[in-house]
Design a protein around this ligand. Structure first.
Ligand SMILES: Cc1ncc(COP(=O)(O)O)c(C=O)c1O
Length: 411
C-alpha cells in the first residue's frame, strides 16, 4: 500500500501547482474536429445542392436525403428503407422515441406509456448517464443490470423481462460508454431473441461508436435489425447512430433504423412534427464521407490522434496503480472512455481529491442510474479532449489521488 505521508506530500505539491485540467469531456480534441473542415467547402453553388432530383436546399424527404439513408444503411448493415436520417444529434432521436412511446404509444402498445403505471427500464451498468436520465425524466423505475466484458448479464435480463412493466432496455453494443466493451455475438443473439412479456418492449440500440476504432482493424458487428427479424422481434428494436465523433459533435448528422412497419408508424408521427431535417448537412456529409469504407479510412486519422492518449492513460495506470492492487481498468480499442474500477468506497473520494488538485473528472456515480454507484467504485476517464501533455499531468494527479484515497482508508 502507498504510504499516506508520501502520497499526501505529493498531492500537496501537485495542488500547489494551481492546475486547471479536464478529463471529463468525451469529446474530440480540436485537431480531430479540424479533420472535417474540408467538408464545409463541398457545397458552394446551386448545382451542388440537387442530387438525383432531390433538392437538399428545400423542404421534402421526411426520412432524409436518399444518399444519407443509404450511407447509414451501409455503415449499420441494414436496408436503406429502414433508416430515418435526422438532425444534428442521435440523443434527440432517442429522447423522441421514448417520448412518442409515452404520448402516443409504440406500434404494438395497447395504450401510450403515459397511461400505464409503474413502468421500468433496464439499464446496463456502468452505462451512459444521458440514457438513464431520459428514462428517469419520464418517471421510469431504472433497473441496473451488471455488465461484464461480453455485455449485460443476460440471465438476469431474461428473468427481468418476464415482468410486463419492464418496457425496454438501453444498450451501447460496441465500445460501450464507459466500459469500452463490445457485446459478444452470443450476447447479441440472446438479446435479439428475447421474449419480453411487454408487447411493446423497446430495445434501444445506441450504436454511437460503430466505426470508432482507434487501435487495430474495424470490428464487424451483426446487424441487430435482421437478427431481431430472424427471431420474430422485428418491431422490438430501434438502432441509433450519428457522425458526432466522425465529423463535428453537435453539427453532424444522426439516424435511427428500425423495421419497415415501425418506419411507417414513426413517419406518420414525425410528419406532424417536422417537414424535413437539415438535408444540406446530410448532403455535405455524404459527399465527404461517401460510404462505409471511406468513413473507416477517415476514422484512421482520428485514431492517430486518439491512440497515443489511450496508451498513455493505460500505461500510467499499469505503472502507478497496478502494483498497488487498488483498481482495475479496461484497455479499449475504440470509443471514448477508459473505465477504472477502484476497490469499493474509493471513487467519490478520488474524484473529490482530483477536483481539489485542479483536475475535473466525471462525477463518481454518473455511470449508474440516479447517479448512485452502490459500490462507489466506477470512475470514467475521458482521455480524448486535452492535448497529450495536459492529459499526462492530469493522469499523474489522478493516480496520486487514487493512491491517497486508498491510503486514507487503509485499503
Ligand atoms: C453512447 C453515446 N450515445 C450518444 C451520444 C451522443 O450522441 P449525439 O451527439 O449523436 O447526440 C454519446 C456522446 O457521448 C454517447 O457516448
Amino acid at each position: 500500500m502507498a504510504d499516506y505521508a508520501e502520497m499526501k506530500s505529493r498531492f500537496d505539491g501537485l495542488k500547489a501547482e494551481g492546475l486547471k485540467l479536464n478529463m471529463m469531456r468525451g469529446k474530440p480534441e480540436t485537431k480531430q474536429v479540424a479533420l472535417s473542415i474540408p467538408m464545409l467547402s463541398l457545397i458552394t453553388q446551386r448545382e451542388d445542392m440537387v442530387r438525383n432530383g432531390v433538392d437538399a436546399a428545400n423542404y421534402g424527404e421526411l426520412a432524409g436525403m436518399p444518399e444519407a439513408r443509404r450511407f447509414f444503411a451501409d455503415i449499420l448493415g441494414c436496408r436503406e428503407e429502414q433508416v430515418f436520417v435526422g438532425g444534428n444529434a442521435s440523443l434527440t432521436l432517442m429522447y423522441d422515441t421514448v417520448a412518442k412511446a409515452f404520448t402516443h404509444g409504440l406500434l404494438h402498445s395497447s395504450s401510450p406509456w403515459a397511461k400505464q403505471e409503474g413502468l421500468k427500464f433496464l439499464c446496463p451498468v456502468p452505462g451512459y448517464d444521458r440514457h438513464f436520465r431520459i428514462t428517469e425524466s419520464f418517471g421510469f423505475e431504472l433497473i441496473s443490470v451488471p455488465m461484464d466484458e461480453i455485455g449485460p448479464d443476460m440471465d438476469m435480463v431474461e428473468e427481468l423481462i418476464k415482468d410486463p412493466k419492464v418496457k425496454g432496455m438501453w444498450n451501447v453494443p460496441k465500445y460501450s460508454n464507459p466500459a469500452g466493451i463490445i457485446y459478444s455475438e452470443e450476447t447479441v443473439r440472446r438479446i435479439a431473441s428475447m421474449k419480453p412479456a411487454a408487447e411493446d418492449f423497446l430495445l434501444m440500440w445506441d450504436n454511437a461508436y460503430c466505426v470508432h476504432e482507434f487501435d487495430g482493424d474495424y470490428v464487424e458487428m451483426p446487424d441487430i435489425l435482421s437478427l431481431c427479424e430472424k427471431y420474430g422481434n422485428a418491431d422490438m428494436v430501434f438502432e441509433f447512430a450519428s457522425t458526432s465523433k466522425v465529423t463535428f459533435p453537435g453539427a453532424g448528422i444522426s439516424c435511427f433504423a428500425c423495421s419497415e412497419a415501425n418506419m411507417a408508424y414513426m413517419k406518420k408521427l414525425l410528419g406532424v412534427q417536422m417537414i424535413s431535417a437539415d438535408k444540406m448537412n446530410q448532403l455535405r456529409h455524404v459527399l465527404f464521407l461517401k460510404d462505409k469504407e471511406n468513413t473507416i479510412a477517415h476514422m484512421k486519422k482520428h485514431a492517430v490522434i486518439m491512440k497515443p492518449k489511450f496508451d498513455m492513460v493505460c500505461d500510467m495506470l499499469d505503472r502507478e496503480i497496478a502494483p498497488e492492487g487498488i483498481a482495475t481498468w479496461t484497455r479499449p480499442k475504440g470509443g471514448y472512455f477508459v473505465c477504472v474500477r477502484t476497490k469499493p468506497g474509493l471513487a467519490k473520494r478520488t474524484v473529490e481529491l482530483c477536483k481539489e488538485a485542479g483536475v475535473a473528472v466525471t462525477p463518481a456515480g454518473a455511470t449508474h442510474p440516479y447517479g448512485i454507484d452502490p459500490d462507489d467504485s466506477v470512475i470514467r476517464i475521458a482521455p480524448s479532449f486535452p492535448p497529450i501533455d495536459e492529459l499526462e499531468k492530469a493522469m499523474e494527479v489522478f493516480c496520486v489521488c487514487l493512491k491517497l484515497a486508498a491510503a486514507e482508508k487503509n485499503v
